[in-house]
Design a protein around this ligand. Structure first.
Ligand SMILES: [Zn+2]
Length: 597
């Protein structure tokens, strides 16, 4: 039987010739040139005497946009080359060029800050009202405000240089320590050493004794190195806190909230609503404990599989299933996905030499996207495929938006993907052939709610409290363990028998230096898209139009404005979040019904 859709992607449509592509080399030169032009525009800039004199700023914006498009086009292509064949040496060389372009791009952005901080506030406000600049007002003003709250440009440049060794270096140190850990496991009678990644994969074994064994050995392994981890997290946090102190920022949440374009009130309303509704999710934990014959679940039981009854599907079946179900919400989403399959925008083939994991990347010049994943026919592969198509659709919805207004933050980045995944996983539950299969599919959905409402809540509580204590001095490994277990108890409503005191050491996100507080944006994104999903059910006729309009605006306003404009919802009020949680509660009710004796 021949396949309907090809499972390897077409990269030649972007630049023909793979890592040997001369078109890519030519285009990379154009990117270099664009960056040079942008720098020249910055050097030539003079603070205007009157607001009508927009030429200097307009030129900077133009060159900035061209640079962004060119640089991101090359970056996206190189990511695809590296992912499709990890043994491609030429692709690795391109990877070096990619890093160089990105460094030059962000370096020049600091130059933009330097220029715009010189413009007096009154002139600035008038400048942004001019017709040729008004479309960029939000993004430009955001940059100027943020720059004003930082130290002087010279000091910020020094800070960035010192951060390479004094801050990011600690993030690298974390990877080195983790890489040195070996976990000895006794599985099927044979003792063997595993990396932490390999060992963690064995934590969802159906046999509880295996899980307990792996958990105990992992605890030993993390604890053995805990002093190294404590030192690392303390210095990393110390650097961040010193930086904030000099900038006169009193809240550690200031930076991540600004980055996500959201307010503290929104964050409080979201966690408040989740805390109010924890009882419903506790019912799931209790039922699962009962099914497993336990008084209470332990940390290592949460992800234990209850059934492995999901069926395998072919790639063609998955594609048609996704397109069919997208169509019940939006014909544009369905048509878009159909052509992504037909034009081979997706690399899905199950073969060696591919990088693991999945991603979606977009090409701003070509206005196309490419999806990378490995499809082996599981239910979670189908979800991933829908998820990545959601990302691609988000880019497509923004095709006519200016490049600088396309750059959305992490918390809204997952809106379209989560929504696409919800549509498809709900359809899979509805069409499940057996009760066991239905239970397995619903549980997969519930697991996501548990992760976002409990696990990530624990991370947030821990991190906030740790940073507060760190302000007064170094925090010992023993205290870090205590803070972690307290946070987990609170986040899981005291429902677990055993917690994971080493989680502060084992979770990479606490050591990530590119974005601080790499936790609450996940929960925001999940609930924000669930809220949109709930609205779609209320008003299906208007869904496509209002959804596209919302996606278009994701890069040019705060999340509060976005929700008010397109959903008529106030994110600082609990009611929006409660409505979204209600959708997740329906899965719990269905699960309780299906698993009642
Ligand atoms: Zn995603």
């Amino acid at each position: 039987m021949t396949n309907k859709y090809g499972q390897t992607w077409d990269l030649d449509a972007i630049f023909p010739g793979g890592s040997d592509s001369s078109a890519l080399a030519e285009f990379a030169q154009k990117a270099d040139q664009a960056l040079t032009d942008w720098k020249q525009a910055l050097e030539a800039f003079q603070v205007p005497d009157q607001a009508e004199d927009t030429a200097g700023l307009v030129r900077i914006v133009e060159k900035w946009e061209t640079s962004a498009k060119h640089v991101f086009e090359v970056v996206a292509f190189v990511e695809c080359l590296v992912a499709q064949d990890v043994t491609d040496k030429k692709a690795k060389q391109w990877s070096g060029k990619k890093d160089e372009l990105m460094a030059a791009y962000s370096g020049t952005l600091t130059g933009v800050d330097q220029v715009i901080t010189q413009v007096p506030q009154q002139t600035w406000e008038q400048l942004l009202e001019q017709p040729e600049l008004i479309n960029y007002a939000f993004v430009l003003d955001e940059r100027k405000k943020e720059a004003a709250e930082k130290l002087s440009p010279e000091q910020e440049i020094l800070l960035n240089d010192l951060a390479i060794d004094g801050y990011h270096g600690w993030g690298g140190m974390y990877d080195t320590i983790v890489g040195s850990i070996q976990v000895p496991l006794e599985i099927d009678g044979a003792e063997k050493s595993y990396s932490v990644g390999q060992a963690a994969n064995k934590m969802d074994a159906p046999d509880r004794q295996v899980r307990q064994h792996v958990f105990a050995r992992m605890q030993e392994a993390w604890t053995e190195k805990e002093d190294f981890f404590a030192e690392t997290i303390n210095h990393l946090a110390g650097f961040r806190l010193q930086t904030y102190k000099h900038r006169k920022w009193d809240s550690v949440l200031k930076e991540p909230l600004a980055y996500n374009r959201m307010s503290q009130d929104t964050l409080d309303a979201m966690w408040g609503a989740i805390s109010d509704e924890k009882d419903s999710f506790v019912k799931y934990l209790q039922r699962k404990a009962k099914i497993l014959g336990l008084e209470k679940l332990s940390w290592y039981d949460i992800d234990a599989p209850l059934s492995s009854a999901t069926k395998h599907v072919s790639y063609d079946e998955a594609a048609d299933f996704i397109v069919k179900n997208f169509r019940t919400y939006s014909s544009q989403m369905a048509d878009f996905s159909q052509q992504a399959f037909e034009k081979r925008w997706i690399e899905a083939e199950d073969r060696n030499s591919k990088r693991p994991g999945g991603f979606c990347t977009s090409f701003p010049e070509k206005k196309e996207s490419r999806i990378f994943m490995t499809f082996s026919g599981t239910a979670s592969n189908v979800s991933t495929l829908a998820h990545e198509l959601g990302h691609a659709y988000h880019s497509y919805a923004m095709n006519d938006v200016e490049q600088l207004n396309q750059q959305y933050a992490m918390n809204v980045a997952e809106t379209a993907s989560t929504l696409a995944e919800l549509i498809v996983s709900d359809a899979a539950v509805r069409e499940a052939a057996t009760k066991d299969e239905k239970i397995a599919l619903i549980e997969e959905k519930i697991q996501r709610s548990i992760a976002f409402f409990m696990n990530i809540h624990a991370r947030f509580l821990f991190e906030t409290r740790f940073y507060e204590e760190r302000k007064n001095g170094l925090v010992s490994a023993a205290r870090l363990r205590e803070l972690m277990v307290d946070a987990q108890k609170e986040a899981y409503n005291d429902q677990l028998d055993e917690y994971d005191p080493t989680f502060w050491a084992s979770k990479l996100h606490f050591y990530a230096t590119d974005v601080p507080f790499y936790n609450f944006p996940y929960t925001f994104g999940y609930l924000f898209s669930t809220g949109i999903y709930a609205k779609a059910a209320e008003n299906p006729e208007d869904f496509e139009r209002s959804y596209n309009a919302l996606l278009e605006d994701t890069g040019r306003m705060t999340v509060e404005d976005l929700a008010m404009k397109h959903l008529q919802e106030d994110l600082t009020d609990k009611s929006f979040w409660l409505k979204a949680i209600e959708v997740c509660k329906q899965d719990i009710e269905e699960f309780l019904r299906l698993t009642a004796e």
